[in-house]
Ligand binder design. Structure first.
Ligand code: ADP
Length: 579
């Protein structure tokens, strides 16, 4: 094992003189008195190695011992991950008092005393390769597959497999023999380096299915694909948290992973406190049962922040290999990029735009490309859908992190301060936002066949009404109510109708919070029917009154149980009103 001595310290960037070979991204431990702090190799020049310590290096001296571990930053994968709250290094924060660990303190990621009811899925003599399902346990009522470790290469034969029964994660549940006759034992837990994608699948086709979220501005206007990527840039107070909670609760996903990388400490504490309280509308139990939280605050060293997004993605890929649908929410990727910037600056690398590393774009793009829909070797499918938030400084959408993210993420949900200020929630701007999935023939085909024939055309029609309404509003603002033809008022109010009835959605109303796609279709059709009608008004006041009235009734419709008596009574009112 390679060892070294600390030769220089700049904050948590430490230089080490080593006595043997060291690999890029290898993990090491730096000892300072009684404290052993984990660190990662980020640059190697001959015998001089630069490591970033995942802790504060306060009190560290030159000459301190460093021990290299011979592997990269790894996470433990096995039953017991669900419901956990980890930091970026997979320390279990729930077992600790509060969010903060002491320096040099690391916890076990998985409980090795819990017994899991194991059911074998293979027989002796079967072939197995990396990622193949050997058995299954129930983890919070979700089937958790015990797989051939992803690090196993080539084909194996199952020599023995444990009988159905209760075992702890470290129990040997299978012995596999490789082509040369060597036996390897398999337990329920395996390790995997977070920066390396898990690629034990047969195929990774382009996303072709829409992931329903129950949020109308997503599903009706800018649908995200299952296995797709999206991002939400938004200023503070624009409703990011409410939107994320809505997605977590309602999206068509089996597992939610929430990576909170380096927001302010109190915001992370909020996630820590609030998430466990959320109810799961699907099961009626706690959402936390199918959630994993990874949180790092910005007062933790930058390196730990960087690790957290990778850890979250790796856990997502692990569950995807079991044939599950994962929704990964990262808040916020800007802090992660800032972590990269701090480190790159300390390394005195040549800076790119805004002093971010030159390869920022490549790093973000590589990360986003780990999301996706995959077909596994056994023909089953799984997906990781990734939605990251970005907190652009001063709301500047031209800064490098937003720009780089825009290049790779296929959906863009722009939270607009002006909409939040006028309490138009969710404050997603309907004009600036987009979903590039609406350009995919596979997705269009899906929408046409699964939602309804001509659905994509209706989406385009509604967007057009919004756009025309905005133009009309600008003219009215400049020329005054009387200075424009009545037709302008009509256009403006039609767009308001779509805004109030379709785009705005009350996340705190039991019924309005989540709209199934069937209901979204129904509402859009109703609203479009009104918009298509040629209306003739005597005055702009009459026009405004007409639409305000309609909006009021239609909003009541949104608050009523779908197709209930109450719903139909409001619908009748809408239809009467039109006449
Ligand atoms: P951020 O996380 O961006 O700082 P929040 O998500 O906490 O902002 O939202 C701020 C406030 O906006 C919330 O407390 C809530 O009152 C209001 N809000 C946001 N989204 C909605 C919504 N969909 N429906 C109703 N109110 C909302």
């Amino acid at each position: 094992m390679t060892r070294g001595k600390v030769s220089g310290i700049i904050s948590n960037l430490v230089t080490v003189e080593v006595d043997g070979p060291v690999a890029q991204n290898e993990i090491c431990f730096v000892s300072s008195g009684d404290i052993r702090m984990m660190a990662e190799v980020i640059k190697v020049i001959g015998k001089k190695v630069f490591v970033q310590v995942f802790e504060s290096t306060r009190g560290l001296k030159t000459g301190c011992d460093v021990e290299f571990m011979g592997h990269m930053l790894e996470v433990s994968l096995g039953p017991g991950i669900l419901s956990s709250i980890y930091d970026g290094l997979q320390n279990n924060l729930k077992t600790m008092e509060g969010v903060f660990l002491q320096r040099g303190e690391y916890t076990e990621a998985l409980d090795n005393t819990v017994e899991w009811d194991f059911i074998p899925l293979v027989n002796e003599g079967d072939t197995a390769r990396a990622g193949s399902w050997l058995g299954e346990v129930l983890e919070n009522s979700l089937p958790h597959k015990i797989m051939t470790p992803f690090k196993f290469e080539g084909d194996y034969t199952v020599k023995s497999i444990a009988a159905a029964g209760s075992y702890t994660i470290n129990h040997v549940i299978a012995v596999l023999t490789d082509s040369e006759g060597n036996d390897r034992e398999v337990t329920m837990v395996q390790k995997w380096p977070v920066k390396v994608p898990i690629t034990c699948y047969k195929d990774k086709p382009r996303p072709f299915r829409v992931m329903e979220t129950g949020v109308r501005i997503f599903d009706t206007f800018n649908p995200i694909a299952e296995g797709g990527t999206g991002f939400i840039p938004g200023p503070f107070g624009s409703g990011k948290t409410v939107l994320q909670h809505a997605l977590a609760k309602q999206a068509e996903a089996d597992i939610i992973i929430m990576a909170a990388c380096g927001e302010r400490a109190n915001e992370v504490v909020e996630i820590f406190m609030e998430f466990p309280k959320l109810d799961d509308p699907r099961t009626g139990r706690r959402l936390m049962e199918r959630t994993i939280i990874i949180c790092n605050t910005s007062n933790m060293p930058v390196a730990a922040r960087e690790a957290s997004v990778y850890t979250a993605m790796t856990l997502g890929e692990y569950y995807r290999s079991m044939g599950l649908k994962i929704l990964l929410l990262a808040d916020s990727t800007s802090r992660w990029a800032q972590a990269l910037r701090e480190m790159s600056n300390r390394l005195e690398e040549l800076p790119g735009a805004d002093a971010f590393p030159m390869d920022l774009s490549a790093i973000i793009s590589n990360f986003y490309s780990r999301a996706g829909y995959v077909v596994l070797d056994n023909g089953k499918s799984g997906s990781v859908t990734f939605i990251g938030t970005v907190s652009p400084a001063g709301g500047n959408l031209k800064e490098p992190v937003t720009e780089s993210t825009k290049k790779v993420a296929r959906c863009f949900y722009a939270l607009a301060q002006s909409r939040a200020d006028s309490k138009r929630y969710p404050a997603v701007d309907p004009i600036d936002s987009y979903s590039k999935y609406l350009e995919y023939p596979e997705i269009l085909e899906y929408l046409n066949t699964t939602v309804e024939e001509n659905w994509p055309e209706r989406i385009a029609e509604s967007k057009n009404i919004i756009l025309k309404g905005k133009e009309a509003a600008e003219q009215i603002n400049i020329l005054g109510d009387d200075g424009v033809p009545l037709d302008y008022h009509d256009r403006f109010w039609k767009s308001e109708l779509i805004d109030f009835v379709i785009l705005q959605q009350d996340a705190f109303d039991k019924i309005d919070a989540s709209t199934p796609i069937e209901r979204q279709k129904y509402m859009l059709d109703l609203v479009l029917e009104i918009c298509r009608a040629e209306s003739v008004f005597d005055s702009y006041e009459a026009c405004a009154a007409h639409y305000k009235n309609l909006i009021n009734i239609l909003r009541q419709l949104n608050y009523s149980e779908f197709k209930s008596e109450k719903f139909y009574s409001y619908e009748r009112k809408v239809l009467n009103h039109k006449l």
